[in-house]
Design a protein around this ligand. Structure first.
Ligand code: UDP
Ligand code: MG
Length: 320
């Protein structure tokens, strides 16, 4: 149990959300005013509409609001990272600007945090209003991600969650450029708790996640948590070599026991198949080492301490 609620930070990534922000802030304020200390940090991800102007007005009206503006559109994940880097709270909650993540759920997230959970993440209940395409691709993506990586991310995991200060500080140690936050948060561990919620419809405007951005996110999720695709080449190489051996035996049989072959053909075919297989194996081996370099280069923390029992005070050398 945490002694007092502490400071709550709410971070909101916003890309061309001029119509949504005033409504969002209004709803956030009515929820957050129950807490002693809080701040709202809005990250304007290089919006091209009046978002920045709206933000200036909101900051004037509410001193608890701060905002950062990116120089251009860096994407949702980068906006969230900037939010985690600049939030000052003991608990940091992130939610979308379009009101699909109901602000009224925030007290529930905070309650769970006060019970001692470090990560309170949300999973959206199946939403019939979501397009068939988005539902199918999202489901497919998560099952693929689970099968190639060791992550355990549920279908419908959303970027609507509360993180304790220590988890935020851990995430800030990740130096890799293309950090897939949903994966990283599942990867870091800590005491996690899950909450189901019913997503609302987008309040105004259109989805800012284009098909291209969705595909980029999916590719980033898979390549930053798995090097398994690199091993494909090794597998393919072994299959081809096995095929070459079998095929070679068949061709040799034909050469020695039948008259059906043209001279020179046998050597050519066997050599081609064999070299193909060996080449794939070699490329695969390079891929495996490349994969290891890739993992090392990211310089993730090797381990993460969740809690300590005042190590400094523990007697480490005992004198009689
Ligand atoms: N967003 C962003 N940068 C982008 C795309 C989206 O900051 O390049 C923000 C957007 O303003 C919203 C959140 O990320 O607050 C989720 O985006 P959106 O609602 O468009 O995605 P969807 O709910 O359709 O998946
Ligand atoms: Mg949305």
């Amino acid at each position: 149990m945490k002694p007092h609620p502490g400071m709550i930070s709410v971070i909101v990534p916003a890309f061309n959300e001029e119509e949504n922000l005033p409504v969002l802030v209004h709803r956030l304020m009515s929820v957050l005013s129950a807490y002693a200390e809080y701040e709202i940090l809005i990250i304007d991800d290089g919006s091209t509409d009046q978002t920045r102007y709206v933000l200036r007005q909101l900051c004037k009206a509410y001193p608890v609001i701060r905002f950062l503006s990116f120089s251009r559109n860096f994407g949702h994940q980068m906006a969230l990272r900037a939010g985690y880097d600049h939030a000052r709270g003991d608990a940091v909650i992130c939610l979308d600007a379009d009101l699909q993540h109901p602000p009224e759920l925030i007290p529930t997230l905070i309650e769970k945090w006060q019970e001692g959970y470090d990560v309170v993440y949300t999973v959206r209940q199946p939403d019939p209003s979501l397009s068939w395409f988005k539902r199918a691709t999202s489901k497919q993506f998560y099952s693929m991600l689970r099968s190639v990586s060791k992550l355990n991310i549920e279908d419908g995991a959303a970027d609507f969650r509360l993180l304790d200060r220590k988890v935020v500080d851990t995430l800030r140690q990740f130096k890799e450029n293309d950090l897939f936050l949903r994966g990283a948060i599942s990867w870091v561990g800590f005491q996690q708790c899950r909450i189901l919620y019913q997503p609302a419809a987008r309040y105004a405007g259109r989805s800012k996640y284009s098909f291209r951005k969705m595909m980029q996110l999916a590719a980033m999720g898979i390549t930053s948590f798995s090097t398994r695709p690199l091993y494909l080449s090794v597998m393919l190489g072994f299959c081809m070599s096995a095929f070459a051996t079998l095929f070679g035996m068949e061709v040799l049989y034909e050469y020695f026991f039948t008259n059906a072959t043209v001279s020179g053909w046998t050597t050519l075919v066997v050599l081609m198949a064999l070299i193909g297989g060996v080449q794939f194996i070699m490329i695969g081996i390079i891929g495996v080492y490349l994969g290891k370099t890739f993992v090392e280069v990211k310089q993730r923390p090797a381990y993460i301490i969740g809690d300590t029992s005042d190590i400094d005070e523990t007697v480490t050398t005992w004198k009689a």
